[in-house]
Design a protein around this ligand. Structure first.
Ligand SMILES: Nc1nc2c(ncn2[C@@H]2O[C@H](COP(=O)(O)OP(=O)(O)OP(=O)(O)O)[C@@H](O)[C@H]2O)c(=O)[nH]1
Length: 298
């Protein structure tokens, strides 16, 4: 993720002075049974197993939440901007755990600092920022090794991830749900075969179908459950994909998309961004065959 242009929202230094880990007192917290996060629907149950603060290269701090779930064995993620968005499954007390256990798995309030002994009280923490009154920005992002790590200009996935992060950093609030469904759910190996079929003259949809995969094999149930776990019921969704909006809202409208924010490719806005013939073909197919809510530049 390139992020030189994200604004810096949080930049506070932790205080120091610590008893050593060896002498750390283990306070026990009371345990209560953990509620399934989705009691009225068939959505998967998700569990945030660990959360950690990540200072980023832009200066913005994010909180990375790692989830397990009842549907698959992948480690899906929520990248959280802002201190007000908290995971219910992470914060729920666990049987027999100590205050140290809670801090190690990230279930603390405020900031960690050497010598901190309670997950609950942190008088040195800055108070959480007030929201801006709007529903939080959310991006549901599907993994794209080629676009995010291997500098591919066949798609704009890396650019979209950066742009979502930039907007959320600006607002000081937001969530990128990062789903491990590479290649629209067909996996990296199959996506690479699809690229070869594209070089042989097929578009992205045809290439998937020739490989006997659906045009789009993704599901957003886990994203819906993660957003519920993060206590979000109304969101502004960053997407051009109509199926994504319907899917993330869930069968019982567990999440309400109160606004859609378009993701316009940077080069179409006259900015420096990913470009090339392959990207042009990829976007054209999204618009013409997958109903994406974007207008091709004239
Ligand atoms: N099968 C296949 N997958 C691709 C191709 N290009 C990109 N992808 C995958 O498409 C996914 C990215 O889709 P998203 O960024 O969620 O975009 P979207 O659903 O098209 O809609 P937006 O929210 O509008 O961006 C990632 O999993 C990529 O790996 C391709 O040519 N073939």
């Amino acid at each position: 993720m390139t992020s030189e242009f994200w604004p810096s929202i949080v930049n506070t230094e932790p205080s120091t002075k610590a008893p050593s880990l060896m002498t750390f007192p283990h306070y026990h917290v009371s345990a209560s049974p953990q509620c399934p996060s989705t009691p009225f629907s068939n959505l998967p149950i998700v569990n945030c197993v660990v959360r950690a603060r990540i200072p980023t290269t832009s200066g913005t701090e994010i909180f990375l939440h790692l989830y397990t779930n009842s549907m698959d064995s992948k480690e899906h993620l929520a990248i959280v901007f802002g201190a007000n968005i908290r995971s219910r499954s992470l914060d729920a007390p666990r049987s027999g755990e100590t205050e140290m256990d809670r801090m190690i798995r990230g279930a603390y309030i405020g900031r960690l600092f050497p010598g901190r002994i309670s997950s609950q009280i942190d008088p040195n923490s800055p108070s959480p920022q007030d929201g801006n009154g709007k529903a939080p920005l959310v991006r549901i992002h599907s993994e794209c090794y080629t676009g995010e790590t291997a500098w591919s200009a066949r798609c704009d996935c890396g650019e979209q991830l950066d742009e979502a992060a930039r907007l959320m950093a600006l607002e000081g609030c937001g969530v990128i749900v990062y789903l491990r469904q590479e290649g629209r759910g067909i996996g990296l190996g199959e996506k690479l075969k699809a690229y070869n079929l594209q070089d042989l003259g097929n578009d992205t949809v045809e290439a998937n179908l020739l490989l006997r995969h659906p045009a789009d094999a993704r599901s957003y149930d886990i994203a819906t459950s993660i957003l519920k776990d993060l206590n979000l019921s109304e969101i502004r969704l960053l997407t051009n994909n109509p199926s994504k909006i319907a899917a993330v809202e869930g069968l019982h409208k567990e999440i309400k998309v109160v606004a859609r924010e378009a993701m316009i490719p940077k080069m179409w806005k006259g900015e420096k961004g990913v470009q090339g013939k392959e990207l042009g073909d990829y976007l054209k197919t999204k618009i013409e065959k997958m109903g994406h809510m974007l207008n091709l530049p004239s």
